[in-house]
Ligand binder design. Structure first.
Ligand code: GLN
Length: 284
């Protein structure tokens, strides 16, 4: 008799509105990595109004969105999602929230024009937008102890400056990029299985160790502490490529385009041909 597979459910908040800069890749990564561990991986889409099956969700994903989209979802979040989400997190579900989603899990997000969208206060952070957008590659040294590598890589594009409250801890410190606010060197938010971050890209395909951290966090309530290893050589090669481009940058300032284009140390001929080495496009 075939053993019935355990289900693993990903809940996608506002897939139609909060989904930019490849955020969908995080959903695919979570589902695939659960499937490769022999779980019956399922996706529940949680658009405006509906809260069905939120109690079955193992990992919630809340993607990014421009101010316009955040204005369209924050009332629904307060009215329909806040309490089921709080219950689910208390029951051990994990959450990954990126950029605009991260901001609305906090106390509020205030636009550059001064309009304030109240958040659900699930996490102790507040966000106020500035005039200058923070855009570019990001490298973070993470505070999560038991994951390897200890770095996260991604891409940021936000006007919001997020400040951690006394009950909040950071996901990590930026080695390259602006992170939470471009001034205190922190990036993201981390409390157990609840993660907030400004890293788009999408995040999880180039950070499989973080995907497994979320899956493990959600499965802990089923007594699962370890996941069977997967061959992440391709994912980690992509991760390492971003790290190579970032060695000399200090947080808040970006590496010069030349530095981002080509690794600084290794002599040209020892590396696979990169964009910078491509012959110049046909002159007119
Ligand atoms: N609108 C928010 C900001 O500008 C979030 C942007 C995003 O999700 N990329 O900060």
């Amino acid at each position: 008799m075939t053993r019935r597979k355990q289900t693993f459910t990903v809940g996608w908040l506002y897939p139609d509105l909060m989904n930019i800069y490849g955020d969908r890749g995080n959903i695919l990564t979570l589902l695939k990595r659960a499937e490769w561990r022999d779980y019956d991986a399922r996706l529940v889409e949680l658009g405006r109004g509906t809260t069905q099956h939120m109690e079955d969700v193992d990992v919630f994903f809340f993607g990014g969105g421009q101010d316009r989209e955040q204005a369209l979802v924050y009332e629904d979040l307060l009215e329909h999602k806040q309490h089921p989400l709080e219950r689910a997190v208390q029951a051990g579900a994990a959450v990954l929230a990126v950029c605009g989603g991260y901001q609305l899990l906090g106390h509020y997000y205030q636009t550059a024009e001064g309009e304030r969208f109240p958040g659900i206060g699930l996490i102790d952070v507040r966000t106020e937008a500035g005039k200058k957008r923070f855009i570019g590659d990001v490298v973070v040294d993470t505070q999560i102890e038991d994951i390897t590598p200890g770095t996260l890589v991604g891409f940021e594009n936000h006007s919001g400056r997020t400040f951690l409250g006394p009950n909040a801890s950071a996901l990590g410190r930026v080695r390259l990029g602006f992170g939470n606010n471009g001034s205190d060197g922190t990036e993201g938010y981390l409390q157990g299985g609840v993660l907030g971050t400004y890293l788009h890209g999408s995040l999880l395909p180039k950070n499989p160790h973080l995907a497994d951290y979320l899956i493990r966090s959600a499965l802990r309530r089923r007594g699962v502490d370890e996941l069977s290893p997967l061959d992440d050589s391709v994912e980690l090669a992509a991760h390492a490529r971003i790290l190579e481009r970032a060695p000399h940058a200090a947080h808040g300032r970006h590496a010069s385009p030349a530095l981002l284009q080509r690794p600084s140390h290794a002599p040209l001929e020892s590396r696979p041909r990169s964009r910078a080495d491509a012959p110049p496009p046909d002159q007119p």
